[in-house]
Design a protein around this ligand. Structure first.
Ligand code: SF4
Length: 434
């Protein structure tokens, strides 16, 4: 435990897992330097907003979070993340706000320290560094993420990410392995492989599958989860790795649309038919595999017939979860310039239809697991309610009686029932340790 320097810092993270990972790492560094991490609504010497710009809604949330921080006191407000890349001029007009782009985010601690000590240090004077985030202590999460790549060269027509995260860059495999080794030494039991477009990982001779294979061969009692990925460039080797005992039987494979015509307009790198075959190959290896996805409805030009194809594919593929987005225009992208923008009302109706399909298939998927065993990784123990919660290897939420259970431990559990306290709440599996 570091000696306190009497300073308080608060973090707020918006957007993707990559941002979460980067915030966790930064929070760990601040703690190591003697700062006390406080909730964002408490008074602090510095507020760090790790922002997002992926949709208009994300922009709104980023902006509101920044205003909240600025209003709360005269503390230093640091804004980093993708909203900085897309709204730099707007932010630079705000005298209280200090911006740090993604390439220099890694240096936020140095920048805050300098500022609080009355020194002048510009982010651009420091080295660009996308990867060398330290392994955080389990402050916010029990799962440890490892960033293997950043940026994307796909330029899907709806997506702003290539403009704000830059070109695809992969991290050296030795550095990835060292990072994961460090996480295991800190006691993490689940490693989540993350990045902007991880299936395109390539560093010298090492591609994505080779890297995953190496990550599965380390010593220790741990499991490996792959976070959200694109359904392209997956080779046979990757499919066979899905059977590895350490590999979690869960993939978030982004479908976006079930219409071949719309996938082409989105400039995606696969067809709906190929996606369906991938799902089949995965489930042939493990029938209880949890396949989750993202779907965008209301992309410009999406007809009723296109939408029906998406609906049909979502129904057929029985996803364990669908993250549904109503298409949101992003200026600077090609889709923003397309004619035939879909009215908001139609987008909302289509979203609702996909949501209903998603809720039903999620329930069916989880119900089918009742009677099976899962290895629960305990994230929270709540003695006052006598319950411990976490996730099984299939990425399903599980609750068990708290007695004798400790956080960040593996507990083999027999799943006994599925709980849905309220219609709108997540169905949680109830289990019994065995
Ligand atoms: S693959 Fe497409 S959706 Fe994913 S980050 Fe790259 S451009 Fe965006």
């Amino acid at each position: 435990m570091a000696v306190s320097n009497g300073r308080r810092v608060a973090f707020q993270t918006l957007g993707c897992r990559l941002n979460q990972f980067e915030t966790d790492s930064l929070a760990g560094e601040f703690e190591g330097a003697g700062y006390t991490i406080v909730p964002f609504d408490q008074s602090a010497d510095a507020y760090i907003v790790n922002s997002c710009t992926v949709t208009n809604k994300a922009d709104r949330k980023s902006r509101n979070t920044i205003y909240r921080a600025e209003r709360s006191s005269d503390a230093l407000v640091v804004v980093t993340g993708c909203f900085v890349e897309s709204h730099r001029q707007e932010l630079e007009r705000r005298p209280r706000t200090f911006t740090v782009d993604n390439a220099h985010k890694r240096h936020v601690l140095d920048l805050v320290e300098a500022h609080l000590n009355g020194e002048i240090l510009h982010p651009e004077s420091l080295e660009r560094d996308l990867f060398s985030y330290s392994v955080p202590d389990p402050i916010f999460h029990t799962r440890s993420m490892v960033k293997i790549q950043d940026g994307c060269d796909n330029y899907c027509t709806f997506c702003i990410i290539p403009f704000v995260r830059g070109h695809a860059t992969s991290r050296a495999p030795e550095d990835v392995l060292t990072h994961v080794q460090g996480s295991l030494e800190k006691g993490y039991k689940e490693i989540v492989v993350t990045g902007v477009n991880i299936s395109r990982y390539r560093h010298g001779d090492v591609g994505f599958s080779e890297l995953i294979e190496r990550l599965l061969e380390l010593d220790g009692d741990y499991r490996l989860r792959i976070s959200s990925m694109e359904p392209d460039s997956l080779d046979d080797r990757f499919f066979s790795l899905l059977e590895h005992p350490r590999m979690c039987p869960h993939l978030h494979l982004c479908l976006q649309s079930g219409s071949e015509r719309i996938l082409l307009k989105m400039r995606r790198q696969y067809t709906a038919a190929q996606f369906a075959r991938m799902a089949e190959r995965i489930r042939a290896r493990r029938s209880d595999f949890n396949l989750t996805t993202d779907v965008i409805v209301g992309f410009p030009g999406e007809t009723e017939a296109d939408f029906n194809e998406t609906r049909a594919l979502c129904t057929d593929l029985e996803f364990g979860h669908i993250h549904t987005f109503a298409y949101s225009r992003r200026s600077g992208t090609r889709a923003d310039r397309l004619q035939e923008q879909i009215p908001e009302k139609v987008k909302q109706e289509r979203s609702q239809q996909i949501r209903l399909i998603a809720e039903a298939s999620k329930r069916r998927y989880r119900l089918a697991l009742v009677g099976q065993t899962q290895r629960l990784l305990v994230e929270r123990v709540d003695p006052s309610h006598g319950v411990a919660r976490g996730y099984g290897e299939n990425y399903v939420p599980i609750a068990v009686a708290a007695e004798g259970i400790s956080r960040n431990s593996f507990v083999p559990v027999l799943l006994e029932s599925l709980d849905t306290p309220e219609e709108s709440e997540e169905p949680v599996l109830r289990g019994r340790p065995i």
